[in-house]
Design a protein around this ligand. Structure first.
Ligand code: FES
Length: 191
């Protein structure tokens, strides 16, 4: 799997939470038995705030949950959903695990690479798109699929990818998941 490189030496510089962040963290912690157990949602919050998890951000999170920075680092580097380097405006993650692989994930990745003119792990020069291969995203019945930011796009074809990327390049918002996919999935389950 093409993994994110380790965090670059240059990061955000010293970072700190706002009062609103601190209130959100305090509320989050009420849902967990220990500060340590709240690490993942706080990393998620940090990513939302600062865009990606530099060493500076991980150090701030470590202080917040009273853990060694190395433990925060080990968790942050385990999950592909946590970004360890800046990405483009849209992060495209194509699943290449078994179901998607058999359904043509390699062809999907090659199509996106050709279309955007970048390799896996790279960002387009205009800062719009970053492309990654990732392991199973738990939508195996709708392979091949990809995730863009927080949304799934399933039963992909080169044509459907072009439609999505064309829209985003024109400044349109991410389209909703295609309704025919949901219909197909539910029909399959009911039959
Ligand atoms: S194998 Fe691709 S979502 Fe599971």
């Amino acid at each position: 799997m093409a993994a994110f490189p380790q965090p670059p030496a240059q990061g955000h510089g010293p970072v700190d939470w706002s009062d609103q962040d601190r209130a959100e963290i305090a509320e989050l912690m009420t849902h967990y038995p220990t500060q340590r157990a709240a690490l993942l949602p706080i990393l998620w919050l940090a990513q939302r705030k600062w865009g990606w998890l530099s060493f500076d951000v991980m150090r701030r999170v470590a202080q917040t949950v009273d853990l060694p920075p190395s433990e925060v680092y080990s968790v942050a580097t385990f999950y592909t959903m946590l970004k360890k380097q800046p990405t483009g405006k849209y992060l495209i993650q194509v699943c290449h695990t078994l179901s998607c692989k058999l359904a043509g994930a390699d062809r999907i990745v090659e199509h996106i690479k050709d279309r955007l003119g970048i390799e896996e792990g790279q960002t387009t020069p205009d800062g719009m798109f970053t492309l990654m291969r990732v392991e199973c995203l738990a939508s195996c019945g709708s392979a091949p699929m990809m995730q863009i930011d927080d949304d799934f796009f399933e039963q992909l074809t080169p044509e459907s990818i072009d439609r999505i990327l064309d829209g985003l390049a024109k400044g349109e918002p991410l389209p909703l998941p295609r309704p025919e996919v949901d219909k197909w999935t539910f029909q399959s389950l009911e039959s």
